[in-house]
Write a protein that binds this ligand. Structure first.
Ligand code: PLP
Length: 399
């Protein structure tokens, strides 16, 4: 019989979202008259902006003609898109278009990047954490160290005690919605340079940043171009969760070594990996992504982001007024709520669902340090967000 990758047997089954869905379905079956408001949704809900839709139509018309047909494109993405990204998202940061690799989204890139890194590397992740970092490293057989992010450390993890080779950072953070200041991110870059570590920096929520002291890219920190790879996505930026497009920046100055001490450029290895295993994101989708860099595209996507950030603000203010401790939601679409004293994540989830018909995501599902918290997302409609807050207010007033 074929031998499987035994590391898959070491994965912890992920019950989080299926358990949330199961509990909501059971509640609905028992309470058919109650409309459940899902502040648990991790997907955007606003439609694709007109500028991107127009580009999709135009690309579809183009490929229907012999002159405009596009077959296989460059595996690393079309220059029309990488040039826009370099000029707009990395303006003044010395990132060239050929250091940007277009893909079908950040999740694939975050998972696939491990292909070019040894299974011997020790990995550090923040806790609570986006589960993809953990599971893809378990699949590869790597050892993982957790860096707790708590109220006591302001959700800023301490620098690791045992020096890891790979550090995953995600800012603005999913699930806590918190960020790092420029000086704090500099500490991480300095640490990585001093300890020969590689930072895998996930900035999928960059567009939600509103505060001036929060870096939009890790390359704003001098030296990051020698120790950090950055992952970005059009999913939350422009609502492309279904269209699928993202990109990864691999500066040419980052090197790794093999067991014999020979050095390799990570850029060359990633190019080799992508050209071997990936055939590029589709032409119409890349044209749609390009369209969000036009002035009207920028205005349209930022209108949607402002809509979500307003929902986040309402949740923060509404829940704080009820006496709950609330974090995040200023530079991110996630609000991290501390459960009342003595109530666990799942108990608070049950209470919100059964007493208010509002669904959240239990924080403990993102890692042990998430116990005692729940995550709310800003992706529902304004009307439902307001309704959910007033339902919560009613039960808090009763008690
Ligand atoms: N990174 C983080 C932190 C996320 O929360 C998500 C999606 O929820 C992704 C990456 C995945 O992005 P994509 O849709 O581009 O695969």
């Amino acid at each position: 019989m074929v031998l499987i990758n035994a590391n898959f047997g070491r994965l912890t089954p992920s019950y989080l979202f299926s358990e949330v869905a199961r509990k909501i379905a059971a509640f609905k079956a028992q309470n058919p008259g109650v409309e459940v408001i899902k502040l648990s949704i991790g997907d955007v809900t606003r439609p694709i902006c007109p500028a991107a839709v127009e580009a999709l139509h135009k690309a579809a018309d183009e490929i229907s003609t012999p002159e405009g047909f596009h077959g296989y494109g460059p595996e690393q993405g079309y220059a029309f898109l990488t040039e826009k990204i370099a000029a707009h998202d990395y303006n003044g940061l010395n990132i060239s278009p050929d250091e940007i690799f277009i893909s079908d989204g950040a999740k694939s890139d975050l998972g696939n990047f491990g292909d070019i890194l040894s299974a011997e590397n020790r990995v550090a992740v923040t806790d609570p954490v986006y589960p993809v970092y953990v599971d893809t490293n378990v699949m590869a057989g790597r050892h993982i160290e957790y860096l707790p992010c708590t109220e006591a450390n302001g959700f800023n993890p301490q620098l690791p005690a045992v020096s890891p080779d790979i550090i995953y950072l995600c800012y603005p953070n999913n699930p806590t919605g918190t960020t790092l200041t420029r000086s704090r991110l500099k500490e991480w870059v300095d640490y990585a340079l001093a300890n020969d570590a590689l930072i895998l920096y996930d900035s999928a929520y960059e567009i939600f940043i509103t505060e001036p002291d929060v870096p939009h890219s890790i390359y704003e920190i001098p030296g990051a171009e020698r120790c950090a790879v950055e992952f970005r996505s059009f999913s939350k930026t422009a609502g492309f969760t279904g269209l699928r497009c993202g990109y990864t920046v691999v500066p040419k100055g980052i090197c790794g070594t093999d067991a014999n001490g020979q050095t390799y450029s990570l850029h060359s290895l990633w190019l080799r990996r992508q050209t071997t295993k990936f055939n590029g994101a589709s032409y119409p989708i890349q044209r749609a992504a390009e369209a969000i860099y036009s002035p009207e595209g920028q205005r349209q996507i930022r209108e949607n982001i402002a809509y979500y950030l307003n929902n986040a603000r309402l949740m923060r203010e509404g829940l704080s007024a009820l006496g709950l401790k609330v974090f995040g939601g200023v530079n991110a679409p996630y609000v991290w709520v501390k459960t009342p004293e003595g109530i666990s994540s799942w108990e608070f989830f049950d209470l919100m669902l059964h007493r208010c018909g509002v669904a959240c995501t239990p924080g403990v599902g993102f890692g042990p340090a998430g116990e005692g918290y729940v995550r709310l997302t800003a992706f529902n409609t304004l009307e439902n967000t307001e309704k959910a807050i007033s339902r919560l207010a009613n039960i808090f007033k009763e008690n």
